[in-house]
Design a protein around this ligand. Sequence first.
Ligand code: G
Ligand code: G
Ligand code: MN
Length: 386
Amino acid sequence: MTQRALIIDDDNEIQTLGQLLLGRCGYTVTTASGLGELARQPALLDTDLILLDFDLGEFTGLHVIEYLDDLRLDAAILLVSGCGETTANEVVRFGRTSGLRMLGFLPKAALATRLVPLLRHLSWHKPPTADDLAAAMRQEHLFLAYQPQRELPSGRIIGVEALVRWRDPQQGLVSPDRFIPLAEQSQQIVELTWHVLERALAQRDRWLACGWSLEMAVNISPLLLKAPDAIAKFDRLIAPHAENLHGVTLELTESSGIDCFGYARHVLAALRERGCRLSLDDFGTGYSSMTQLYRLPFDELKLDRSFVSRCDHDRGARAITLATVDLGRRLGLEVVAEGIETWPQHDLLRDAGCHRGQGYLFARPMAAMEFDRWYRQQAALPLLTA
Ligand code: G
Ligand code: G
Ligand code: MN
């Protein structure tokens, strides 16, 4: 499949040069001169790669990044600008914190010499296909990373979230942002979820056998609820672990909407009857989260990191964070904050009554062996405090 690229720049010379260079690498190229054009024609953003300028007349690259973040865009973004390195690094960091796939920064003056070699070296150059993903599952190229969850009032580590990773022998790590949407489009998400759940439950048993009583959260896509044999398959999978299901949380991600609440409620209630907790993930973004919260049987609400990561310096994010913690408590749900990166964020959430937190402040997601080392160290250390 041909790759598509979009150049966002109001400088005609850069547009022309970029088109030439990208064309040489096999891209189909479109151009836009700034935020207004993107807002009027969002279809332009249906692309694999974006070259983004910082100075865009009335608007800047930061405005564009905010827009791309709101759209949860999956394209790779390369900042190509004449702005200084400090500004460029800020823009790249801002994009990454928001969860965008920022490739980095290329000064405009270096475009002619460095763009083509850069593109040739980047591993994302060939996007994975459904066949690649099927082979990766078969060949055990997927593995799980575990991100600790901390009980905020006590500071204890009480569990982990399992996050799938794909290490390809040729391409290196393939980001979940690239293959989860692929899996959802190709319906492979159902098989992938069973694959992950089976391995996460086995890992939890290994920890329990060491005397580590850690809760385990696993992500499930709403598409799984529609699989024809979902409950029977779930029963087969949990049979070896049936005694230990308390402390297993299924996080329903909002990547796609739920169209039949009656049926979804039936399946979720069956999973819950088996002893699992249910969590509504990425709360506050995506599809009709209030309706989902109201109509489906959740135990936990997981506040999206786009609010958490700004709640210490942005009034709006703070208001939404505090109101969501309050909402969760009023509904009798546990509230988890994801994406805690600073102590002020931690303190605000803890003082608001948020039950648990997860984020780079405590630890990044880690493969099992690394997690084991980290957890042993934690147990040997006095509790981290603010
Ligand atoms: O670390 P992080 O980049 O892992 O994850 C990116 C996104 O991919 C997250 O929003 C997360 O919900 C999703 N994700 C990670 N692992 C899984 C999984 O096992 N199943 C599903 N459905 N989504 C996952
Ligand atoms: O499924 P969910 O959206 O909850 O997945 C959590 C996602 O958030 C994963 O992609 C994980 O790597 C990411 N993540 C976890 N903690 C942090 C954090 O502190 N900052 C940022 N930017 N991302 C985080
Ligand atoms: Mn999650």
